[in-house]
Ligand binder design. Sequence first.
Ligand code: SAM
Length: 360
Amino acid sequence: MVFTDNDSANASEIYKAQMHVHKYLLSFQSCMAVKFATELGIADAIHRHGKPITLSGLASALNLPPSKVGVLHRFMRLLTHNGFFMKTPSQNSEEEEETYSLTLASKFLVRSNSFCLAPNAEVAFHPSMFNMWNSSKKLFTEDTQVPLFESVTGESYFDFIKNDFQFLNVFQKAVAADSEMVKLGLQQCKHVFEGLASLVDVGGGTGAVSRLILESFPHLKCTVLDLPQVVANLKTTQNLSFVGGDMFESIPSADAVLLKWVLHNWDDELSIKILKNCKEAISGKGKEGKVIIIDVVIDEAGDDRDLTELKLNFDLAMLTLLNGKEREKKEWEKLIYQAGFTGCKFTPVFGFKSLIEVYL
Ligand SMILES: C[S@@+](CC[C@H](N)C(=O)[O-])C[C@H]1O[C@@H](n2cnc3c(N)ncnc32)[C@H](O)[C@@H]1O
């Protein structure tokens, strides 16, 4: 028996600990409820309705047969408890049912929003993810540098994405939705882009972040460097161009290089290689050149529990998919100095991501 008479924990603390364990044993169901809410389009249906909707109204908007209203109610109860919907009790006795409305969280599941996270749900709940996690024991039993995803599917994660046109499309939408959120933090860090004439957005995908930056700095010349399959057929505009290439080979020259949500994909050795190529790319600008990183910084002492849990979950995602990692401040500093830079500054302005300015 682990709990002894001498154990300082009282019965209520022990029950609390038991509940804590059960919570995590079942929390995948909370995730699945979000998956089904996204697939069914619950948030879209409520949004289209334009006002709070009754359960039976929701079931009919979702084309569910009346026999499924009970199941829908059970899912809505959990999702409402978890902050995805808001329940309003019926206001008067003539109204039969309580109504559901959107919360800030479920507005992120409405597909007509540019920051919609429904594509992220498709990426997170893709069958390849479940297959990979079913084999996660390999992480501890196999002595290999090959990322778990690659060892299970036979393809690197980025090859897997680029070889499946449909998935590539969803992945790009997922990343672009995240980039839309940069808009909210950009106001606080405009100074970072002031005085720059050119910027290379390395691993910039479809150029969503570059477009946002251009809205505030229309005279900047932005170049998005990404894999050839990603940038093929993307439309160049006057100040935004796309280059298909490999950041491990070379990066076009510019006053500044942007790396948003890129370095967490790679281990330290490869990240240093990317940073050294960035250094080379900005060397023409002399001391004025800079690298602008937007990425996760783990801060267990400063962040609240939920935020740290999110960051640590991203860390396991990076470990399993790509052998990448989320980093603490001192790990970032080590990486940056090892790549030959002399200074950096951290500002937590983008929700769970921070701005890291890196100087020559
Ligand atoms: C997580 S996404 C970030 C996209 C974008 N920076 C954003 O946050 O909106 C990582 C990007 O790195 C790109 N990438 C992967 N390997 C690359 C390489 N060797 N050279 C250039 N880009 C690469 C991927 O295609 C993908 O668009």
